[in-house]
Design a binder for this molecule. Structure first.
Ligand code: THU
Length: 136
């Protein structure tokens, strides 16, 4: 089951509204779809001890796994543009985390708050990913 862009964008945007990002002032929201078509939202959660914070993707993956799912079939990220006017794509660590549960052809939509979008696949974002279990 595939979720529409508009549905995922609305859910990720509302997660972003709840992000806890008082240090960076860079709130991020994510919506993931699992193998049953359920949607999992996540936001970044920062901490006064900076390295203890984590990304929105990590929050959303945690929700998906906690609900008993093991596959990511769609990803949508909402954040402000980053320097150079570029879209906020998942950070390097989150690319690795996503690739644990997402096949290389899974689409990642990176959106700005206005809904402009850059489309990439997990395989494009993390070519030659390190894995010890083959993705089915
Ligand atoms: N961040 C995310 O949540 N996801 C990304 O894809 C990029 C970065 C967060 C981490 C930190 O809370 C803030 O954005 C600034 O780096």
């Amino acid at each position: 089951m595939t979720a529409s862009f508009d549905t995922l964008f609305a859910i990720a945007s509302s997660a972003r509204d709840n992000a806890y990002a008082p240090y960076s002032n860079f709130p991020v929201g994510v919506a993931l779809v699992d193998e049953a078509g359920n949607i999992h939202a996540g936001a970044n959660v920062e901490n006064a001890a900076y390295p203890q914070g984590w990304c929105a993707e990590t929050s959303a993956i945690s929700s998906l796994i906690t609900s008993g799912r093991r596959k990511i079939t769609q990803v949508l990220v909402v954040a402000d543009r980053i320097p150079g006017g570029r879209f906020c794509t998942p950070c390097g660590g989150c690319r690795q985390k996503l690739s644990e549960f997402a096949a290389a052809d899974v689409v990642v939509w990176s959106c700005d708050p206005a809904g402009e979008v850059l489309e990439r696949t997990v395989g494009q974002l993390l070519p030659e990913a390190f894995e010890l279990i083959e993705q089915s």
